[in-house]
Design a protein around this ligand. Structure first.
Ligand code: DQA
Length: 144
């Protein structure tokens, strides 16, 4: 599953010098093609609401997804509730960021979620998502 958090629906319009010109629709279409090329299926969701993102994580757990590629956006830096939700589920989550959060403002350099994620990929623009999908393939997690 591909999950995106708050304001990612505004990609292509918001802070283009940081996040680029591409839209969420483009990411979802390209990711779906990539996953299908490797024989998998991808569900995509985006929400601007913390509780709804938690519900998606719980639902993904019930549906036994192979893995979750998750850009939690600003909730990365604030959300104990999302951290607890990721810790509570059995599905590996890869945290993804379009920008290199480690060379931005100090408050963006801390992730509440990274410690309960399988891994973290940051700073490669749209390719951060692709690299996360490849990480699932290379690690063997997507074999079953
Ligand atoms: C982001 C980085 C976050 O700090 C920010 O709040 C976002 C996008 C990224 O993909 O680079 O909304 O997650």
């Amino acid at each position: 599953m591909l999950m995106n958090g708050p304001n990612i629906n505004l990609l292509g319009k918001r802070e283009k010098e940081i996040y680029g010109e591409f839209t969420l629709q483009t990411i979802e279409e390209r990711m779906t093609k990539l996953v299908e090329k490797h024989g998998g299926e991808l569900d995509c969701c985006q929400s601007n609401h913390e509780g709804e993102l938690i519900d998606y994580l719980h639902q993904a757990n019930e549906k036994s997804y192979t893995g979750i590629i998750f850009n939690p956006a600003a909730y990365t830096h604030t959300s104990v509730a999302l951290r607890d939700a990721i810790a509570a589920i059995d599905i590996p989550v890869i945290e993804v960021h379009i920008s290199n959060v480690h060379k931005r403002e100090t408050f963006r350099q801390q992730s509440m979620l990274a410690a309960v994620c399988y891994g973290q990929i940051v700073g490669f623009g749209m390719d951060s998502y692709r690299l996360a999908a490849l990480a699932f393939l290379v690690s063997g997690l997507a074999d079953s």
